[in-house]
Design a protein around this ligand. Structure first.
Ligand SMILES: [Zn+2]
Length: 349
């Protein structure tokens, strides 16, 4: 947990504070799991570290070595100028990628019904040659490559983080056996990627699906997009293995998106994805935790995902009474129109 030392560098009159991507939210989730008694339904295991060889399945050896060297220096950036690293970040990144690998291995071996990797650092902005947007190594891509080596032939990666999974898209853009779907806030981050017209490389047309949603989208608009675009695309692809980039920074209280989802909406999304996995992939699905920067609400949203995967009853969301009746959670006409148009462009009916 050495990343406590990551602070936003003081600029001008800005008072330094903890970086939004700090371990505190993860620790709150961990305590919440105990508090609601969910541990009884889970098999909690310590992750192994990813090996350099496993990372190099999707990253250049230069990138892996540079990340090690930057971390060894004790301070630096993984790429893009706002992806801070300290002396423990490389090891933490190995554990993050390794936590997804641990889940994949256990699910493929039949030792677990489903997997949920509580890792930090995130990965979906990291591409072959660089880190980006708080991400050092692309955890979900490393895991997908491992699943491929284990014999999985049609892998679907569904990215529900509020930001575009640009790194994952780039890594698998030319691989028709990996369907990458990203649902994100339109032109939020990275602003220049995530358009629906990015459909996959020449020999992989249709293997990348971007679902850019309007700023301000709440439960209704988000679930409409899941039902209208994501689920039909998965049904058509018929994956034999599923990975989910489980960012909850689309939540109502998140400082890094304008989406307005409640924990209940995340549970609904997870339920729909689990049903697809049960139908097509023999139930094989691994969720991998990524963004989520509201220190108070992100843990409840992750908990909702975990409870759904574990088949546990939903525990109380103390924020629900304040949120559930707000008009912002309803499907707005302009949101419906956007999703309908997108489904038409993607020829999903
Ligand atoms: Zn994000």
């Amino acid at each position: 947990m050495g990343d406590w030392a990551i602070y936003v560098p003081p600029v001008g009159l800005v008072e330094p504070d903890l970086h939004v991507d700090n371990p505190k939210r993860i620790m709150r989730l961990r305590r919440l799991i105990t508090k609601v008694g969910l541990e009884e339904r889970l098999d909690i295991v310590a992750p192994r570290r990813a090996t350099v060889q496993e990372l190099e399945a999707v990253h250049s050896s230069e990138h892996v070595e540079r990340m090690r060297a930057v971390s060894q220096d004790g301070w630096g950036d993984a790429g893009g100028g706002f992806t801070p690293m300290n002396g423990e970040s490389y090891d933490l990144a190995l554990l993050s990628a390794g936590s997804v690998l641990t889940c994949v291995e256990r699910v493929l071996a039949g030792d677990a019904d489903r997997g949920y990797a509580i890792g930090r650092r995130s990965g979906h902005h990291a591409s072959r040659d660089t880190g980006y947007g708080f991400c050092i190594f692309n955890n979900v891509a490393v895991a997908a490559a491992a699943a491929q080596r284990a014999g999985m032939q049609r892998i679907a990666i569904v990215d529900i983080d509020a930001h575009h999974g640009n790194g994952t898209e780039a890594i698998f853009y030319d691989d028709p056996s990996v369907l990458t779907i990203s649902v994100h806030e339109d032109r939020m981050f990275p602003a220049e990627t995530g358009g629906y017209e990015a459909r996959g490389g020449a020999d992989a047309e249709g293997s990348n699906i971007n679902v850019p949603l309007a700023s301000g989208t709440g439960n209704g608009g988000y679930l409409y997009a899941i039902d209208r675009v994501v689920i039909p695309a998965l049904e058509a692809f018929e994956p034999d293995f599923m990975l989910v980039v489980a960012g909850v920074d689309a939540s109502m209280y998140d400082p890094l998106s304008t989406f307005a989802l409640t924990a209940g909406a995340f549970a609904s999304v997870a339920q729909r994805l689990v049903e697809v996995a049960d139908k097509h992939a023999g139930g094989r699905v691994v969720f991998e935790q990524e963004g989520g920067y509201s220190p108070v609400y992100a843990p409840f949203c992750w908990l909702a995902l975990l409870e759904t995967l574990a088949g546990a009853p939903r525990s109380e969301d103390p924020f629900e009474p304040f949120l559930a009746d707000g008009g912002f959670v309803e499907l707005a006409p302009h949101q419906r129109e956007l999703v309908d148009r997108l489904a038409g462009e993607l020829a999903l009916g």
